[in-house]
Design a protein around this ligand. Structure first.
Ligand code: PEP
Ligand code: MG
Length: 905
């Protein structure tokens, strides 16, 4: 970079200089501190070093350049003037906190250091100034501990061990009971520990402390847990973090002081009451770190009523200002309230919905804003499970930190949880408390339970964010280090034993309890109705049984977009008939088996048509290779050996041998590209004929009973127009045979095709001539376009591809817009150019993915089809797509008019 630019760049902003819209540069925390300062709220003064400085720090090989350092010192000088204190001066020392603050909130993932500015001299100054040596040395030992760990890399537990030893020596239980002399002694021990472990002394030069602390916070952007968190929440790596340097206020100066975290509404239920915790005589991190179990916020009213009143007033003011639930950190120093941070509160799905809907009712936001606020993926959490009431046998109760119930085997550390998770086991992670280092373990677990920590501890915040059930602060758990187990009351639970937790009620139960499925809430119904007013995409369901069709209807499906008929053949009763049909040597024998299957299929289709009552029901004819219905060769060999060993009858042995021959004959090297889809229907037309007959018989029967029907027959894996033409003619012929003249008039039906072979997409203008609709089978289309086997890729190379960022997303989850998306666009446009009334949509897994849904809307598809439980999510995502498009339109129009104005001028 050229030097003039470097000199001119502003790396440091005081809180008076920033505002809420500067999040990209100042990070969320910095921008909000500035906004609160502007609003005249009691924020201790300070300044922010920008995210750009962080990125330049990395570019320069992890060092602060001279210009940055200069601006930081200027910021410090201004802070000294404001506070009337001097950094490093014994008699009126300025102390500061150094905190991370990224653009997207990443709670607890990066580092913070408090009390920077204390050394052997200033600690004495503080002690004399406050007349409280206990307080002064408590701050100092905390600084050495945090600095020692974060900057100098000494393991935290070594400090904790010394702290515990001091408590034992003094015969006290709690940190705040340690005497001033004890703390003074501890400071010496900590300093020695740092020296022994690092070979360097704890720095006495306060400017060195500040510089090293800022560098360490910048570097913490790249620590392992922050990287995992970013990957999980799709936060870009190149955002960087800002650093906030703020003058300290103290919650640990005695019983008239305290510190806490408060949410303006309950982040678990959305209820409109203050929710949070505080600790008397404690400093910053004590609450969130989960080291001491804090008191509920309501008790502050009893201990310090004035401070509570002010807190209540101020936080509601902030909520109104930001038009959203706020998560606020505060400190009370001798009854005076200070705000240290406000950010939009992380909330679970249930709370997010209730809050968004309530804010609309309270006139604070519009319906459209409410829709935009919902993370569609969050809705999956809403469809959370709970323990069946009659199955509850709780052995312990803790805090209900994140809702939902989970069942799994107990793992006592994050590594074990991560390992077992990878092996496909269901795990409940049980820890004394969780630290952000446990994130991989939490990620791999079904749920989390902890001994210590409150509702705002990391375990709770992280679990809520991931939608994992969590029970915190369950103090009756006793850890048995010697035998890798825990004791709760008289029960001993070993690692690997089964446990069930209920994060909604804070319950821990032993064993594998039965869970019940979730329900739709009133708030969700209301929001979905608002979304339906906005969206233009139709949302259909992938459902294969009448029961699923009913569930889909309840969730708001406007029809069935994909019924995979092969799924109807897998039950115990039908499979042997299907096998007979496949193994038949002659067409007659095959027709015999098919005749038995026909009434079964007919009754399935009737159920589906009835559940949808006139809405479209898209039935796809048989798709998978036939050998999927037959026993595996290895299994047959074993059975044969067994029979021979037991002298089975010749007939039995011949039967198995015949099956084996057929299995061998049907075996394919690459079945996914083999005799499947419509190729099956060409080779065995009688199979498709039976299905088509069953569809029209079902339709006729419904019509007779006065039920409206709209069957749509869909041909899978078409790659060539002649395939579809062949089936269309056959379907029309069967329809006229099956339906009486009157029924034929009443029964509108459609014939369409899946587009899942790239050739079909490229020749869509030919195929559209014979199709009433296109349904993009994006699972197969992704497989065939990228050449990734959908059965193998995820178990083999996909994780590497994602970890190394060769792919930004798994293309089987999020549609590859540039490749697969382009084929869809081509097919949609060229198909409609020859048949404007052609209906087109997506029925692969992408139909339930919000980002892919946005793409489907943007390119002008008519519908998406997804699993019943994803329908609410899809309804919201489709509405969000409209709102995003409108916003983009407004922005473009504004840019255009601005350009026009400039041209004029
Ligand atoms: C598809 O390929 O996207 C599809 C919906 O069909 P299936 O998953 O059954 O192959
Ligand atoms: Mg397919």
């Amino acid at each position: 970079m050229n030097r003039a630019v470097m000199v001119n760049r502003k790396w440091v902003f005081t809180f008076q200089e920033g505002h809420a819209k500067m999040v990209d540069l100042l990070g969320g925390k910095g921008a909000n501190l500035a906004e609160m300062t502007r609003a005249g709220l009691a924020v201790p003064p300070g300044f922010t070093v920008t995210t750009e400085a962080c990125l330049t720090y990395f570019k320069d090989g992890n060092r602060l350049n001279d210009v940055m350092l200069h601006q930081i010192l200027m910021g410090l000088a201004q802070l000294e003037r404001e506070k009337g204190q001097v950094f490093g001066e014994r008699d009126k020392p300025l102390l500061v906190s150094v905190r991370s603050g990224s653009v997207t909130s990443m709670p607890g993932m990066m580092d913070t250091i408090l009390n920077v500015g204390l050394n052997d001299e200033t600690v004495v100054g503080i002690s004399e100034l406050t007349g409280n040596p206990r307080f002064a040395f408590d701050c100092y030992r905390r600084l050495i501990q945090m600095f020692g760990h974060v900057v100098m890399g000494v393991e935290s537990h070594l400090f904790e061990q010394q702290l515990d030893r001091m408590k034992t020596r003094e015969g006290v239980l709690r940190d705040e009971e340690i005497s001033a002399a004890g703390l003074q002694q501890l400071v010496q021990e900590y300093k020695l520990l740092v020296l022994l472990k690092t070979g360097k002394g704890f720095p006495q030069n306060v400017v060195d402390q500040l510089r090293l602390a800022i560098e360490a916070v910048f570097s913490s952007w790249n620590n392992a847990r922050a990287q995992v968190y970013r990957r999980m929440h799709r936060i870009p790596d190149d955002q960087g973090t800002a650093v906030n340097i703020q003058s300290m206020v103290f919650g640990n100066m005695g019983e008239t002081c305290g510190t806490g975290v408060v949410f303006t509404r309950n982040p678990s239920t959305g209820e409109n009451i203050l929710f949070g915790e505080f600790l008397l005589n404690a400093q910053g991190e004590d609450v969130v770190a989960g080291i001491r179990t804090p008191m509920p916020i309501a008790m502050l009213e009893q201990v310090m009523p004035d401070a509570y009143d002010e807190l209540q007033r101020t936080v509601k003011q902030l909520e109104f200002h930001y038009q959203d639930i706020q998560d606020i950190e505060f400190t009370i120093e001798h009854h005076k309230l200070y705000l240290l941070q406000t950010r939009s509160g992380k909330r679970n799905a249930q709370a997010a919905l209730k809050i968004a809907v309530d804010l609309v009712h309270e006139g604070i936001i519009t319906k459209r804003q409410a829709i935009e606020r919902i993370d569609p993926m969050h809705l999956e959490q809403l469809l959370h499970r709970a323990i069946r009431e009659d199955a509850q046998q709780a052995v312990a109760k803790g805090l209900p930190a994140s809702p939902g119930a989970a069942v799994g085997q107990v793992a006592l550390d994050a590594e074990t949880a991560a390992l077992w998770g990878k092996e496909g086991k269901r795990v409940i992670l049980v820890r004394p408390e969780t630290t952000p280092e446990d994130i991989e373990g939490v990620l791999a677990s079904e749920g989390v339970a902890t001994l210590r920590g409150g509702m705002t501890s990391h375990a709770a915040v992280v679990a809520r964010g991931m939608g994992k059930p969590c029970v915190c602060g369950c103090e009756t758990i006793e850890f048995l280090a010697s035998e890798r187990g825990i004791r709760i009351g008289s029960q001993t639970i070993h690692e690997g034993d089964w446990m069930t937790i209920d994060g909604h009620r804070g319950l821990i139960c032993l064993g594998e309890l039965e869970l019940k499925e979730p329900e739709m809430t009133e708030a969700l119904m209301e929001l979905l109705a608002w979304a339906d007013e906005v969206r233009t995409l139709r949302i259909l369901a992938n459902a294969d049984h009448p029961y699923d069709a009913q569930v889909a209807r309840q969730y708001g499906a406007e029809g069935i977009g994909l019924c995979r008929t092969e799924h109807m053949f897998f039950d115990k009763e039908r499979l042997p008939i299907v096998q007979r049909m496949i193994l038949a040597e002659h067409t007659d024998a095959r027709r015999d088996a098919l005749a038995q299957l026909l009434p079964m299929q007919q009754s399935d289709f009737e159920g589906m048509l009835e559940a949808m009552n006139g809405l479209p029901v898209t039935i796809r004819l048989l798709d998978p290779p036939l050998h999927e219905f037959l026993p595996k060769r290895k299994e047959l060999q074993e059975r044969l050996q067994h029979l021979r060993g037991l002298h089975g009858t010749d007939q039995e042995i011949a039967g198995i041998e015949a099956t084996m021959k057929k299995v061998e004959a049907l075996e394919e090297i690459n079945p996914m590209l083999g005799q499947r889809g419509c190729r099956l229907g060409i080779v065995y037309p009688e199979v498709y004929d039976m299905q088509i007959e069953a569809i029209f018989k079902a339709a006729a029967s419904c019509l007779k009973r006065g039920i409206a029907v709209l069957p749509e027959i869909m041909i899978p894996l078409v790659g060539h127009v002649t395939e579809l033409k062949f089936f269309r003619e056959r379907i029309e012929q069967i329809a006229s045979e099956m339906l009486s003249k009157k029924q034929l008039q009443q029964c509108a039906y459609r014939v369409g095709t899946m587009i899942e072979v790239p050739r079909a997409a490229l020749t869509a203008h030919q195929i559209a001539v014979h199709a009433d609709f296109f349904s993009f089978g994006t699972n197969d289309l992704t497989q065939m376009t990228l050449g990734y086997s959908r059965d193998d890729a995820e178990g083999k190379f996909m994780s590497q591809y994602l970890d190394r960022r060769i792919l930004a997303h798994n293309p089987f989850q999020v549609l590859d817009e540039e490749g697969v998306g382009q084929l869809i666009q081509i097919a949609n446009t060229t198909g409609k150019s020859v048949k404007p009334e052609l209906k087109a949509g997506v029925c692969g897994e992408h139909g339930g993915d919000p980002q892919s849904i946005r793409f489907c809307h943007a390119i002008g598809l008519e519908y998406v089809s997804c699993s019943p439980y994803r329908i609410p999510l899809a309804r919201i995502a489709a509405a969000q797509a409209v709102i995003a498009e409108e916003r983009q339109g407004v922005e473009e129009a504004m840019a255009e008019s601005l350009l026009a104005e400039r041209m004029h001028a």
